[in-house]
Design a protein around this ligand. Structure first.
Ligand code: BES
Ligand code: MN
Ligand code: ZN
Length: 504
């Protein structure tokens, strides 16, 4: 999709169809008070004022009114919520709602009237939203997937005032982030018999190498040599070999300064192993590699954006299967730093493979480290299906990660990592740690505390995306049922933020 920005009044914006933002403040006492909207309403044969009078359009987020204009174009008015309260997600939603509309009406060229002064931030979020809203899973096999091509070829965003120079750059950034998130969504939506650890590594290469990001894949022999006992232990019951995918965006001239490490959980299917999960909804566990997908997708985006900062990434990947060779409750594994873990529950497998990746990531001496993992059902109980939990022993870093997530249009919320969450983990009779705490409550924090034992050096944060990586139904315009691509916008922002801190 070609994407550009111009300064014009909405009516003059070019395109076969026009999407227009409507704020609650544009409407008062069942009447349109914004002059530009009133003009568009006349052009739309009064469709907007009629909807306003019958109160089916109040400018609330998600509301919409469609009409034909005198000039034969279609026009859609999209509710945004309160202008005074506009947040980053308002722009993602506008972009996404506009591309949904374009898909439904098979629009090839779209004009999107933002009705605000142009800024880089807004342009970026609109571009990101346009891509997210255009997503549809099209990689399925079978007849019904043959027709799924997005008709939209070009979008022109119109702003009210002269555009600052960075708008074009911002549109590119937003497009790259949106496309990367859609790439992550495909990886998560595709079945586990397609996206095996080996295939995940191949996709990481295909996505990252053209972006100038180096990809190194450690196979079983190397994992043994490097003492990745957690990953090998979880993989033991499987016929699919495990991998550690190592990615590097390390512009030579940027040695020194901040160095960001990203880690993502890549369990391509989680049956629970010998501690088998119940059957209901088990198919959703093909999405247990959403952290890996986010990290791989973000690395490709970071490479394409040529961000002036070193970023490395570690993705441990395996499936978690029960079989005659599978790891048993009570078995002990040894991680690369020599620490041992008693596997009291084989369904707490994510932390076992992440431990190995965290140790190896820390050996590269990053200054900052963030991991994404579909780690616990407890996090979904705590924050619901749409909000990620952010944990860190460093409060300032946790706050910064949360703020960057919000800026990027993600929904994130802090969770604590007090020392006593680790108590149960330290009570194994036969190893340094047990992989579960033994108690019933605070499972997200206990898992976070387990990971903390393997972090040595950098400022670290753990993002539990068990809830928001997958949507059980469509919501917020840019989220279709299925994979959401969460984690990608935040990961890219983190790299940008450290690049800016470097002064580069
Ligand atoms: N992959 C699951 C967590 C999960 C649950 C992700 C629901 C998405 C939706 C993880 O490996 C797991 O099984 N966690 C256990 C941990 C428990 C055994 C301590 C859980 O949350 O039940
Ligand atoms: Mn599990
Ligand atoms: Zn899992």
């Amino acid at each position: 999709m070609r994407l550009s920005a111009t300064v014009s009044t909405p009516a003059r914006a070019p395109g076969d169809a026009l999407a227009v933002s409507v704020w609650q403040e544009d409407i008062r006492r069942r009447a349109i008070v914004a002059e530009d909207l009133a003009r568009l309403d006349r052009d739309a044969h009064g469709a907007l004022s009629a909807a306003v009078a019958r109160e089916s359009m109040k400018g609330e987020r998600g509301q919409r009114v469609e009409a034909a204009t005198r000039g034969g174009r279609i026009i859609v008015f999209l509710g945004m919520g309160k202008r005074a309260k506009m947040d980053p997600r308002a722009w993602l939603i506008l972009g996404a709602a506009a591309s949904h509309f374009a898909r439904e009406h098979r629009v090839k060229s779209l004009a999107l009237a933002a009705r605000v002064e142009g800024t880089g931030e807004i342009a970026r979020l609109l571009a990101q939203g346009l891509h997210l809203g255009g997503y549809e899973y099209a990689l399925g096999t079978g007849e019904k997937f043959k027709r799924r091509k997005l008709p939209l070829q070009s979008t022109v965003i119109s702003f009210l005032s002269k555009l600052p120079g960075q708008v074009t750059e911002a549109l590119r950034t937003g497009s790259i982030v949106g496309q990367a998130a859609n790439f992550a969504r495909d990886l998560v939506n595709e079945p586990a018999n397609v996206v095996t650890p080996t295939e995940l590594a191949a996709r990481a290469k295909a996505w990252c190498e053209p972006a100038g990001v180096e990809v190194d894949v450690w196979g079983k022999a190397k994992l043994k040599a490097l003492n990745c006992g957690g990953l090998l232990g979880v993989n033991q019951g499987s016929t699919e070999p495990p991998v550690m995918i190592v990615m590097r965006h390390a512009p030579e001239e940027l040695r020194g300064g901040p160095k960001l490490a990203l880690v993502g959980k890549g369990v391509t299917f989680d049956t629970g192993g010998i501690s088998l999960k119940p059957g209901a909804d088990m198919h959703l566990m093909k999405g247990d590699m959403a952290g890996a997908a986010a990290v791989i997708a973000a690395m490709g985006a970071i490479g394409r954006l040529r961000l002036p900062v070193q970023v490395i990434a570690y993705v441990p990947s395996t499936d978690n299967m029960p079989s005659g060779s599978a790891i048993r409750p009570g078995d002990v594994v040894t991680h690369p730093n020599g620490k041992t873990t008693e596997v009291l529950n084989t369904d707490a497998e994510g932390r076992l493979i992440l431990a190995d990746a965290l140790v190896h990531a820390c050996r590269e001496k990053p200054t900052h480290l963030v991991d994404w993992a579909t780690l616990t059902g407890a996090c979904v109980v705590a924050l619901g299906e749409r909000i990620a939990g952010v944990m860190s022993p460093d409060e300032a870093w946790r706050a910064r990660v949360c703020a960057l997530g919000t800026d990027a249009g993600e929904r994130v919320w802090p969770l604590p990592l007090d020392e006593d969450f680790a108590e149960g983990l330290k009570k194994s009779d036969v190893a340094d740690l047990a992989n579960i705490g033994g108690g019933r409550w605070g499972g997200a924090e206990v898992a976070g505390k387990f990971l903390e034992q393997f972090v040595d050096g950098p400022l670290w944060a753990h993002v539990d995306i068990a809830g928001p990586s997958y949507a059980s139904s469509a919501h917020a315009q840019f989220t279709t049922k299925g994979a959401t691509g969460c984690g990608v916008p935040l990961a890219v922002r983190l790299a940008e933020s450290l690049a800016a801190a470097r002064g580069g």
